[in-house]
Design a protein around this ligand. Structure first.
Ligand code: SAM
Length: 338
C-alpha cells in the first residue's frame, strides 16, 4: 500500500515518527531517568539489540510512503549514538521527509551542531529546565552546568538549526521559580521556549498531580511580566499551544499533556531503540519490527504490519487518564523518547 495516507480508527493520519536511537543518557534527570533506577547496575541495551542505521532508514522509508513527513530523533540522549550524522544523512534522502529534527540535552551539541546541519538535520529542540545552576544541576543530577547547554543552543543557531526550541519540564516547587527567567532570557532571541507539564511517564518518576503546574498558570505568570496573545496553530496536531509577546519579542509554547490532552489530533508513532513500534507515549505494548527486519520480511510484508498496527490504533490514554482514577500501566519515557 504505497503512497496512500494511512489513518487509524479515529481517522488520525500517521504524520510524525519519533525514533529513539539509544536508551542511554549522560544525564539522570530526576523526573525521567532517576539514579535510583538507572544506576551503575542498570542494564542498558547491548549494541546488537539496537536497530542499525540501515534498519531505521528502511522502516522510515516505509512510514514515509504512508504519510510520515516529520521525523524526530530522540532517546535516551540521541547524540550519544556514534555516527548519528550518518543516520541523519540517510534519513534526509528519503522522499517525503521534509522536517528532520532532534531532541537533545544539548551537552554534545557544541561539538556536533555543524556536522548535523551539514548532514541534513533541519532543526533541534534542546531540553533545559532552568537557568539557575543550582536548580538545573539538581534536576539533571550529574552536576551539568547551564552555561554548557546555552553554548550548545548557540552552536545550533549558528549552524542554522533554527528555530531552536527549548523544552522546559515544569515541576512545582522544583523549577517553577525559573519560568519567568526562562521567558525573559529567550525573549527576542528567535528561540522558542516550550513549557511542558510534568507527565506521569514511566514507573519511576514518582509523579503526583500536585507537582504539575498547569499551562494556564505558566501563561498567567509570563503574561504578568511580558503581555502575551495566542497564536493559531500552524497545523492540526501541533503539540504546543502557541503564544506570542504583544511587543513582538517572539513566541513561546505550552504543552498541556496533563490538563488538556490532545489525543484527538495525535499523529505520532514512536519507534524504540530496539525497534518496537508504539502508537502512544502511554502504550505499554509495542510491535516488534526488529523481528520482521531480521527475520527476512520484505518491504510489502513489513508495510502490511505498519498498516495493520496504525489502522487498528485506538489509543487516547492521556484523555482517559484525565477523566478516570484508573492507574494505567506505563512504559519509560527514556525507552521510547519524548
Ligand atoms: N535526552 C534528550 C533530551 O534531554 O531532550 C531526549 C530524550 S528526553 C526523554 C525528551 C524530552 O522528554 C525532554 O525534553 C524531557 O525533558 C522530556 N521529558 C522526560 N520526562 C518527562 C516527564 N515526566 N514529563 C514531561 N516531559 C518529560
Amino acid at each position: 500500500m504505497a503512497n496512500i495516507p494511512l489513518v487509524d480508527r479515529y481517522q488520525r493520519p500517521v504524520r510524525d515518527l519519533r525514533i529513539s536511537v539509544t536508551d542511554r543518557c549522560n544525564f539522570r534527570c530526576t523526573y525521567c531517568m532517576p539514579k535510583e533506577i538507572f544506576g551503575r547496575d542498570y542494564e542498558f541495551l547491548s549494541r546488537d539489540l539496537l536497530l542499525s542505521f540501515e534498519e531505521i532508514t528502511r522502516l522510515t522509508g516505509l512510514f514515509a510512503e504512508r504519510g510520515v513527513s516529520k521525523v524526530r530523533l530522540t532517546g535516551g540522549e540521541p547524540l550519544l549514538r556514534k555516527g548519528l550524522e550518518d543516520l541523519v544523512a540517510m534519513l534526509a534522502e528519503i522522499p517525503g521527509i521534509d522536517d528532520l529534527t532532534l531532541t537533545t540535552n544539548g551537552s554534545l551539541l557544541g561539538r556536533k551542531a555543524q556536522s548535523l546541519a551539514e548532514a541534513g538535520l533541519s532543526r533541534v529542540t534542546v531540553s533545559l529546565d532552568s537557568l539557575d545552576d543550582e536548580v538545573f544541576m539538581a534536576m539533571n543530577d550529574v552536576g551539568y552546568p547551564v552555561a554548557r547547554v546555552l553554548e550548545g543552543i548557540e552552536a545550533a543557531a549558528a549552524a542554522g538549526l533554527t528555530p531552536v526550541k527549548v523544552n522546559m519540564v515544569v515541576k512545582r516547587g522544583v523549577n517553577d521559580g525559573s519560568i519567568v527567567d526562562m521567558a525573559k532570557h529567550f525573549r527576542g532571541s528567535g528561540h522558542i521556549v516550550r513549557f511542558i507539564e510534568f507527565m506521569d511517564v514511566g514507573t519511576t518518576n514518582g509523579w503526583c498531580l500536585d507537582d504539575v503546574v498547569p499551562a494556564h498558570e505558566v501563561i498567567e505568570r509570563i503574561n504578568a511580566a511580558f503581555p502575551l496573545e495566542p497564536v493559531d496553530p500552524a497545523y492540526s496536531g501541533e503539540v504546543a499551544d502557541r503564544w506570542r509577546y504583544r511587543d513582538g519579542g517572539g513566541e513561546i509554547g505550552v504543552i498541556t499533556s496533563v490538563t488538556q490532552p490532545f489525543c484527538s489530533t495525535c499523529t505520532r508513532a514512536r519507534l524504540s531503540a530496539e525497534g518496537s513500534l508504539y502508537t502512544c507515549l502511554f502504550a505499554t505494548a509495542g510491535t516488534d519490527f526488529r523481528a520482521f527486519l531480521r527475520g527476512g520480511a520484505d518491504d510489502s510484508e513489513i508495510g502490511e504490519v505498519i498498516d495493520r498496527v496504525w489502522a487498528t490504533r485506538t489509543d487516547r490514554y492521556s484523555e482517559i487518564r484525565s477523566d478516570a482514577t484508573v492507574d494505567l500501566p506505563k512504559v519509560e519515557m527514556s525507552y521510547i523518547g519524548g
